[in-house]
Structure formats: structure tokens, C-alpha cells
Design a protein around this ligand. Sequence first.
Ligand code: SF4
Length: 566
Amino acid sequence: MRNAFSTCNYCGCGCGLFLMEKDSRIIGVGPSLSHPVSQGTLCLKGWTSYQYIHSPSRLTQPLIRKGSNLKEATWEEALSAAAEGLKSARQKFGPQAIAFFGAGRATNEELLLLQYLAEEVIGTRLIFLDSLSHSLSYKDLFDGKVDQANIEDIGVSDLLVLVNSDSKEQHPAFSGQVWKALDNGTKVLSFSTRRDPLAKHSQIHLQISPFTEGALLKGLINLYFSDEASRWGTIPGVNELREMARDYSPQRVSQICGIREDDLRSAFSLLSSARAPVFIYPWGSMEATREKALIEDLKDLLMMKGEGGKLAILYPSCNSRGAHLLAKNGIGQDLSQVKVLLLLGEPYGEDRRAILSLRGRLDLLISLDLFMSPTAEAADIVFPSSSFAEKAGTFTSTEGRIQEIIPAIDPLRGTRPDAEILTSLCAQLGAKVPSWEDVRKQVSQILGTPGPRNSEMRFEAEPVPPPPELDESFPFTFVGDAVNLRWHTDTRVMKTPILARELFENYIEMNLEEFRDLGLREGMTAKFITRAGEVVAKVRPTEVLKKGTLLSSYYSLLGPVRVERA
Ligand code: SF4
């Protein structure tokens, strides 16, 4: 048996692990003892991350759509059909009719090659990495005004401020460090709509109404100004921020967020007396514009706090941070004129819905995937990709560690690494094919360059987006939350026998009183109708959710909803 060092291919924590290979099969996984994040442990997804590799459901042959069915094709046929489609769309509609999406599960090298194909070979600016709806580039996010926290900072912080972060579910390795810090006396200030397990161990947990985090942060900023009005006088943007924060008096914040004024004041005293607070926010837990405003508020608050405070953004996928660092274009671009779309990996949540709704207007959808994911099913050409155990490259963890994945086995028969598929497409299109060494060099140049340091301090007075409007037709709000065992569209976890066994059904959590008011009983299903569509799911009553709030085990259902008995 041989052990090959690799990096977990699920969340952004980036745990180091060993893939155990015997007779060209991966038969198990073990955690790295010396890795700074995994430290000898893995979560259940990590421990089982090898199980889908040899799943009989892996795609092992390219597919081309003939009428309404996808039919098996040779690699040559699929590559030339994809190249022809790209070429003719560029001739007919111009390069801006072609868009590319690279998922956060792809390596840095694959994402760089995707950008090369998009920008240099096709000439389009429509390249979306990790998400279709970024509102902030990584450069904007970490512009040097505040320090980024890493996992070691959690241990030395005296106050962890958790914003919407149930890290036990979303980033288990980080969560382990949070609990350890708690044991060692670090205080926790948390706010979220759900009283998660950490809430009762927090010094202060504010259970806020859905999507009112921004108002709460502005309330804390307001209290800073009331406390020390003159301290930030020379920082550009201070007058605008002060003016905006004026509207968020403790009384108003208490109404918007559904919390007590005194609790907001206590949260402020805890924060203002902290020496080295670390703010922790999981990227992607709300829509892009709301998230942008929230992150600017977090940065403003940290600047007001002064020296010592740090920000940890927890990225969802194993290479989301790499994708955000590499992303140049795409941000804020519109897809409505797109005729051809190439997907490297599967988009999920809102992105998946957006792509599937575009489908009818596309002339060609190309998918590179491991399984028949929902977007592969909708595609015209499907290329079977190799998994993380069958290829080389790097992932950038949520803390910025650039970590190797080393092939433990050859690509499964019939599959090819995404990098090879992309270079074959470049060659088919008559373009120069970059060497692997050049790609690696460029990745290390881009990712190895330190971000800006101590750039000019400036407050960004971002208006607070109002919470979604509720009325009699839609009296509830879905809040997004990741549930540990679920993953994006669940395609990979459902091909992992141990996880599939646990994920027996989707469910939606509802406040116990409201559950009873609707006449629901344990085990019953209900219909959840949003403005975009409806789902029928089992309802679980809970006392930890605020009234009017629904939490779904689906990766992302957000916004106003009404509930009917199914
Ligand atoms: S915490 Fe994240 S990176 Fe670590 S094993 Fe679990 S899913 Fe993988």
C-alpha cells in the first residue's frame, strides 16, 4: 500500500490528508498529523472523500447531445465538436457571446488555463471563477486596510466575533479551533438567525431577524461614534459613515433586528474592550450585494477598532480563494447575450439556477464534470473529468495556503484531467498550448505575490440593503445555511456510500410554535413556495429558529416564502 499526500477537495479549510493506494485503487484516507489545519483529524466528508472516486456512476466517456439525448462519443469527436461550436459562435456573434465558468473545486492551474482559453484564445472577458455573482474581487476584499486572520490567530484572539457562522457545519476544521479557543477562555460574540450549538457557549449571542446583519453592524458603528466621536476624524469617508450610521440608533437596530437594545450595547462593550478580536464570516451565505455591504461594514468596524483586529473570510470550496485571487473579469458582467457557455465543474445554488434558466437561450452548453450533475445533464457536450486523486496541481485554502495535490493513481480509464481537456481545446482551436511548467510558474507568481499592505485607510459607507419584503403571500424567510454532510448539488456526497446513507432526505426547519400553528405534525411534509418556484420537503420543528424563519438543508434557498400543507 502507498500513501500519497493530498489536500481535501471539499471545504476551504484545506485539510492535509493521505490517500491510501493499493492495486491502482484508493482504498482509504488518513489525516496528516503535522498539517497546521487538520492536525491529525478530518471531518466526515474528509474521511470519506475517497469513496466517490471509484463510484460506478463516474462519467468515463464523452457525451454529445443528439436530439433530446446525450449519446456516447469518442474524445476526438467531443473535442472537435466543442472547438467547432466555440469557433462558429465567435465568428457569428463575437467573443462576448461566449462565457466560461470555473468552479472552486478546480485547481489553480486549471483555472489559469481556463482563463487562457477564454481571454487569449477566444477573446472574451466573460470568465467567472467560483461564482457567477461576485460583487467584490479578492483585491477589493482584502485591500490592505484590515489584516486577514489565519487559523493560528483563533488561538491567540481574546474575542471571536462570528457573523452568521455555524462553522461546525460549514468549516469543521476551523470550528475545532474555535471550540479549543473557547476551552482556553477566548470569548465569543455571535449573531445569527439560528441559535446554533456555539450560541449557548457565547458570551453574547444575538438572535437576529433574517438578513439584518448589516443593520446590526451599522448599530455597532453608531455606538463607536457615540463613544469616541472625534477619533477617526482624519480618515477619508468618516463623515459619510457617521452620517449613515446616525440612522442606526440602538432603538432602531433593536426594531430591525428583533433584539433588545441592552443586548446591542453589551455586544458593543464586549467588542470595544477586546484586544485582538477576529471577525469570522463564511463567504456566500447571502446574495452578492448584501454580502458586499456586510463585508465593507466588517472592515469599517475593524478599522474603528484599530490595531489588533483581524478578519477571517471562510471560503466554501477547496479552491474558492484561489479562484477569487485569479479572477480578473466576469465580476458584475451580464450573461444575457451569451450563446455558448463552458462549465469547468458544477455551479450550485443560485448559479446553477441561473445557468439552467439560461439554457433555453444557449446554442451550446459544454460541461467538464465527474458525474452527471444537474448542469452536465443539461449540457450538449460532456467531458468526463478526473478527480483530485488522479491529477496534479494546487488548491489555495481559505487562509491562503497554496497546497499540492499529487496524483495517487492514474486517471480513471476514459477520464482526463481538466487541464488536459482545456489544453486539447486550445490545440483544436489552433492556439499555442502553454506548457505545464509555464502554468505552474504563473500560478506561483500570481498567488505568491503578497496583497497590498497598509493601503490608504478609507471608510466605505455602504448603504444597508433592507431585508426581503414579506407580506401575507410570503410571510416567511428562508435563510441559507450549509449543513455539514451536504455539498453543493450533493452530486459527490450522494456517490459516497457512507454520506448517502446519512443524507436520507432533505428537510426544512421551522419554529416549533409556527409548526404547531400550521397544524403540522412530526414527519409531515409541506409545500414551500418562493417567488422562483416551489419544493415539497419534510418539516422539522425546532426551538432554535426565530419565528418567521425557515432553514433549509438544501444548499441555498433564500428569500420570502409561504408554506402550505402538502
Ligand atoms: S474540514 Fe473541510 S477540508 Fe477538512 S476534512 Fe472536512 S471538508 Fe475537508
